[in-house]
Design a protein around this ligand. Structure first.
Ligand code: DP6
Length: 346
């Protein structure tokens, strides 16, 4: 029997960063992210009795991705033994350009995990709907830690922490506390500073946390930040929110710079953008801030209510620091959606 399932799943941007892990893909500290909207992956996965893995990216054969998918299938095999009897064809399309420097692992692996869970359900796995989403988060995590958070919309927490009831190291959960409505539509404009392959992968970066001199302090700080966010998110305290999120971004890069061996992923234009944002916030009082993922690009964060002025600033002041003036306009999204046949990736 041939089974095909189709999901669109978004990328996400962490506000409190996951940095450091232990086997099997469990986080050293809790993290929280905004699920994105425009940056997503559409995946059609076909399972047929047999063996082998084929990956199509944007309609073209992509053998380079086969090892990553094989590793994923191996890692989830203990939960889904049936996969051993099926071949897999993954037909995947990213909404953002492959060369943009935006990681596709969170959106891509979560989309595939959602397809695997649907296939397991079709084959009779005893999962309720809410268990199915949790299972998708567990599988996503085994593929890539941050992918565990992409299976829900809005604000999502991964990693057990005392201030978030229900939080768990094995799967992500929707943020359970009160959230000011402003954070449901927050904007994220990704300034594409460097679109090449990263010099040091996230996986290698996580490994460097194992013997990092500041590791324990950092892990404690992440718990504290999750707890501090509770009143900030509830009350819509914008300036403290931006301060905390920026401190997380700079801490992440500070950890890279203080690893053994040390490395730097920011580029000169990353700093130019950061300084311009901070100067603008200081001189105008506009609630605009930034975060960084494990790369040189800058995510510019601001509430929808200042969109027009913020976008003028992005276009006039920040865009000249990017590669060919490129940036991606995104915002907080509502999470993955199952696709119908009409929405088959082209
Ligand atoms: C800086 O999830 O890409 O974006 O689990 O090894 O696949 P693996 O790492 P990955 O690490 C993401 C790190 C981060 C912070 C975050 O998303 O929380």
């Amino acid at each position: 029997m041939s089974l095909t399932f189709r999901w669109q799943s978004p990328s996400n941007i962490a506000l409190v960063k996951y940095w450091g892990k232990r086997d099997p893909q469990l986080p050293s500290n809790p993290s929280i992210s905004f699920t994105l909207d425009a940056c997503h992956t559409q995946t059609h996965a076909t399972f047929e009795p047999g063996q082998g893995i084929q990956v199509l990216l944007n309609g073209e054969d992509a053998p380079n991705f086969v090892p990553k998918i094989s590793q994923f299938i191996e890692r989830i095999g203990h939960r889904h033994a049936w996969l051993g009897d099926y071949s897999l064809k993954v037909d995947t399309v990213n909404s953002f350009p492959h060369s943009s420097g935006i990681a596709s692992s969170a959106s891509g692996l979560s989309a595939l995990a959602l397809c695997v869970v649907d296939a397991a359900l079709a084959l009779g796995a005893p999962l309720q709907e809410s268990d199915a989403r949790r299972e998708a988060s567990i599988l996503s995590r085994l593929g890539s830690g941050s992918a565990s958070r992409s299976v829900y919309g809005g604000l999502v927490v991964w990693g057990a922490t005392h201030s978030v009831p229900g939080s768990h190291d094995e799967y992500a959960v929707p943020y359970p506390h009160a959230v000011h409505p402003m954070f449901r539509t927050f904007r994220d404009v990704v300034m594409l500073v460097d679109v090449g392959q990263k010099a040091v992968s996230s996986t290698a970066g996580h490994a460097l946390m194992e013997r990092h001199p500041f590791a324990q302090q950092r892990f404690n700080q992440a718990h504290q930040h999750l707890s501090d966010l509770q009143s900030i998110l509830r009350d819509g305290d914008l300036m403290p929110f931006l301060d905390l999120v920026e401190s997380e971004a700079l801490t992440l890069h500070g950890l890279m710079m203080s690893s053994q061996p040390s490395y730097i992923l920011m580029r000169p234009n990353t700093l130019h953008i950061i300084e311009a944002i901070r100067a603008h916030r200081l001189s105008t009082g506009m609630p605009i801030g930034f975060t960084l993922d494990a790369g040189a690009n800058v995510h510019v964060l601001f509430p929808a209510e200042v969109e027009q002025k913020a976008m003028d600033f992005v276009k006039q002041i920040l865009a000249p620091f990017t590669k060919n003036g490129r940036y991606i306009v995104d915002q907080v999204g509502t999470g993955p959606v199952p696709l119908t046949d009409q929405a088959k990736p082209k």
